[in-house]
Design a protein around this ligand. Structure first.
Ligand code: ZN
Length: 421
């Protein structure tokens, strides 16, 4: 990560590095150390949501006057603010909290079968605003560009003119290569779509893209239920199937080509239906949101209420048919999760999107089915838990793609400002 980047930000930071004084080793080293420390402090502020100077000094091992200078530089760059009092501190004078600025935003986009979700996320993983733009059919890449351009213009007009837009992060229900091209998003009918490039040209901002569940696991790991969990698996079920993201040993698993974690294509049924990937019996072909929507007769524009409707109907008399569908989906999901447990030995599996319904409806059955046949070692401690209800993790995770270059080298913004003036 970031998964992809025709990245003007990286080029900018590269330029900035080349502009460092080449003379004595001392000056260069001091500058390199300062930039490294800026990055460390900004990452701490970003992941914590707010931290005192004293805590920063303790966490970095840097003295307090150096921390003060680093924080002042980050304030000047518009990336952090110092304002609220630390209410938890009982004794002594109150300490200022260093918090992520709400004026440095990433634009985030999640195209799906039936809608394009667009949001603005500030440093600290805070979703400032989001819009679900419903579409009557899967949008083309060019339609996504048109929708995003129009919605972003509307969002901008409502925000302070001084707001800084760091870049764009895309959460794609499919495979994305290192250049940000969508190699394959079968449910959208996309192949080799240069969405990142089209969007970058339309908006004049750098664009990064990655698989939706991969960015989802990143958000869960940084800000969500999986915070501090070193071995975490996230499965997200949406209109376009089931995606997966894996954190192992505290690191995102991305594989040789960045395509690791395709847990929707875990084999769960030998005589199953054909998946869009061409193989028979994949998890996402057998366990579908569509089957649940049809079972409760929900209109497509009421999909947001699917969770309540299914859970309520299961309690009502005459729900045997729906119960049988849920039971079947639970058992097939458990088959996939047993493979996941055996392969990866996670301590937590988070279920998001419509997969939450299966855990909410059959918590004991699902957990027991996962524990029942998984080999003895890995099964014992794994917790199967709910990811947040909304698509927020996908949007917040997509913003991480856009923030990464700034988090790695906040001082690169000096070069950007100089270039613009
Ligand atoms: Zn498949």
């Amino acid at each position: 990560m970031p998964r992809s980047a025709p990245s003007s930000t990286e080029e900018r930071s590269g330029d900035a590095v080349r502009r460092l004084p080449a003379a004595t080793g001392l000056g260069t080293n001091q500058d390199a150390v300062r930039r490294h420390n800026l990055s460390t402090v900004l990452r701490l502020v970003h992941s914590s949501g707010g931290v005192s100077r004293a805590q920063l000094a303790r966490a970095t091992g840097v003295n307090r006057s150096t921390i003060a200078a680093l924080v002042a530089e980050l304030v000047q760059l518009g990336l952090v603010v110092e304002e609220s009092f630390d209410q938890t501190r009982q004794l002594g004078r109150p300490s200022l909290l260093v918090e992520p600025s709400r004026g440095a935003l990433a634009l985030v986009v999640n195209p799906d079968l039936d809608a394009v979700r667009i949001g603005l996320v500030s440093l600290g993983g805070h979703l400032v605003t989001s819009v679900r733009f419903a579409t009557v059919r899967p949008p083309s890449a060019q339609e996504v560009v048109n929708i995003v351009t129009a919605v972003f213009a509307g969002m901008r007009s409502g925000l302070d003119a001084s707001t800084r837009y760091i870049g764009v992060g895309l959460a794609i229900p499919g495979l994305v290569d290192a250049e940000g091209t969508v190699i394959d998003a079968p449910h959208l009918g996309w192949r080799d779509e240069p969405l990142s490039q089209l969007l970058s040209e339309a908006l004049g901002l750098p664009v990064w893209a990655a698989n939706d569940a991969v960015v989802g696991v990143r958000a869960q790991s940084l800000f969500g239920e999986g915070r501090g969990v070193n071995d975490l698996v996230y499965l997200y079920g949406g209109a376009s199937g089931i995606g997966g993201g894996v954190v192992s040993g505290g690191r995102l698993v991305d594989g040789a080509n960045g395509f690791a974690g395709q847990l929707g294509h875990t084999h769960v049924k030998s005589d199953g239906v054909q998946c869009d990937c061409g193989v028979v019996g994949c998890l996402e072909a057998e366990v579908t949101r569509r089957e649940l929507i049809d079972a409760v007769g929900l209109a497509d524009d009421d999909v947001e209420s699917l969770e309540e409707v299914v859970l309520r109907r299961l309690e009502e008399p005459g729900s045997e048919e729906l119960a049988a569908i849920v039971d079947r989906q639970v058992q097939l999901l458990a088959v996939a999760l047993r493979s996941v447990v055996s392969l990866l030995n996670p301590s937590m599996i988070l279920l998001g999107g419509f997969l939450r319904i299966l855990l909410l409806a059959r918590p004991t059955e699902l957990t027991e089915a996962v524990h029942a046949s998984a080999i003895r070692g890995p099964r014992e401690d794994v917790a199967v838990a709910l990811a947040p209800r909304s698509e927020e993790p996908l949007l917040v995770g997509a913003a991480e793609l856009a923030f990464e270059a700034i988090l790695a080298d906040p001082a690169s913004l000096h070069a950007e400002a100089a270039a613009q003036s």
